[in-house]
Design a protein around this ligand. Structure first.
Ligand code: EPU
Length: 417
């Protein structure tokens, strides 16, 4: 079993370079299936989830090649619109191939993604959107089958600004006849990045980044070269690493606009943040004030940083409350943090955290990606050794996390047992 071992109590100093965004690159890789020409993505993050979606593409006949951090996708010879269950079940984001395959092939059969550790995660909004565009959808025996001899633009209101549903509807609508309007669309930067990629392929999309996205269908798309945006969640995680260790860190390759809510909350907690170009300097004297946080769709505070922020609040000098409004079951990290001496009570969708003066290193397990990051952060601040297992979750979304932290002075390593 592979584990991450952290000996806490070290100050961090230096620069951490942020990789490209996982949640941008996955829908963009899926979207490259839309046309038979090659697409090239520069400086992709070498993550388990990226390898996984490449396997999904290969399973249906596309070729993918990673060389010098550049991913070349050639979807010319797609032989099937039925990615196998064994691959799809590994990662929910595989479901993002639904829109592109339906648009290009006129049909798709894909297994239902099911729930996961953070919630039931239904797909009703994805299906509602595709159906409005003219797809005939059948759900049964664990699969979704969608067929459309012709896709026609429509006005689609999302009951919740779902990131994945917005992405699947965008990629289905790009070649539909006429105009599609997505209302109450997700506004995340990853949606803007996907729209920019699609537009570079010849799509006609405006309004991405607002709650109303307009897509005018085009006849053809062409191959493209694209550079994915930096990962705002990875950036936020290292900003919190600086805060929790009372350190002075420079976070490089970050778009400050994308982490505004994180900057606001860390500033409220007493951390000083300076912005210069694509860098943020995060400086903490080690005294953390309690702050209340409510997760919300962008531009609100990201649910993906809720667990890391909880680790930080656990050493604040007061009581804070964190409310999770996006996913119904995203407190799995609480039990593990408690093993490290964190004082937390859960009441429905809220967690009340009484700050403690010291965390103690313990054996803990990552229950999902961001929970794993929170445990590393707690381990950096804790007294003694923290041993984190089930780190495959962490490898899904953080490029070389232990190497990046080690480079700035953390006592952290990955061991094989
Ligand atoms: N929802 C529905 N019906 C749907 C779709 C979503 O009820 O048809 C609900 C979900 O159950 C959830 C909420 O809407 O309660 C938000 O889900 P959303 O669809 O926005 O999330 P997602 O597309 O499944 C992406 C990220 C997540 C991130 C969320 C929210 C990717 C690959 N994943 O998921 O990232 O937490 O948006 O920002 O982009 C992570 O990186 O750790 C991660 C989980």
């Amino acid at each position: 079993m592979t584990k991450i071992i952290v000996n806490g109590g070290k100050r961090l100093n230096g620069t951490v370079k942020i990789s490209a965004a996982k949640n941008s690159v996955l829908p963009i890789i899926a979207a490259s299936l839309l046309c038979p020409e090659k697409c090239v993505l520069e400086e992709i993050p070498l993550l388990e989830d990226v390898y996984c979606i490449c396997d999904v593409l290969k399973s249906i006949g596309a070729s993918t090649e990673i060389s010098k951090g550049r991913l070349t996708i050639n979807p010319q010879n797609i032989i099937s619109a039925e990615p196998p269950y064994e691959l799809v079940r590994k990662m929910r984001a595989s479901f993002l191939v639904m829109g592109p395959l339906l648009a290009r092939m006129g049909n798709i059969k894909i297994s239902l993604p099911g729930g996961c550790n953070i919630g039931t995660r239904p797909i009703d909004l994805h299906l509602k959107g595709l159906s409005a565009l003219g797809a005939d959808i059948n759900v049964g025996h664990g699969y979704v089958e969608a067929k459309a001899s012709k896709l026609v633009g429509a006005r689609i209101y999302l009951d919740f600004p779902s990131v994945g549903a917005t992405e699947n509807i965008m990629t289905t609508a790009v070649m539909a006849e006429g105009e599609t309007v997505i209302e109450n669309a997700a506004e995340e930067p990853e949606i803007v990045d996907l729209a920019n990629f699609l537009n570079s392929m010849g799509a006609d999309i405006i309004g991405a980044g607002t709650d109303t996205i307009k897509i005018l269908g085009v006849r053809d798309l062409k191959g493209s070269v694209h550079c994915v945006i930096p990962d705002r969640i990875e950036a936020g995680t290292y900003m919190i690493a600086a805060a929790i260790t009372g350190s002075d860190l420079v976070i490089e390759n970050v778009i400050a606009e994308h982490v505004k809510s994180v900057v606001a909350k860390l500033t409220e907690a007493g951390v000083t943040i300076y912005e210069k170009g694509n860098k943020l300097r995060v400086k903490s004297e080690g005294v953390i004030r309690p702050v209340d946080i409510k997760t919300l769709p962008y531009p609100g505070f990201p649910t993906d940083l809720q667990a890391p922020m909880m680790a930080l609040m656990s050493i604040s000098n007061g009581t804070s409350m964190i409310t999770e409004t996006v996913f119904e079951n995203r407190f799995m990290h609480v039990c593990e943090l408690k093993r490290m001496g964190v004082n937390i009570k859960i009441d429905g969708r809220s967690a009340v955290i009484e700050g403690v003066t010291k965390l103690s290193g313990a054996k803990v397990k990552a229950t999902d990606l961001r929970a794993g990051a929170a445990l590393i952060l707690a381990g950096l601040a804790a007294e003694g050794t923290t041993e984190i297992s089930d780190i495959h979750h962490i490898d899904r979304g953080y490029v070389n996390i232990e190497k990046k932290l080690k480079k700035v002075g953390a006592d952290i390593e990955r061991i094989e047992e």
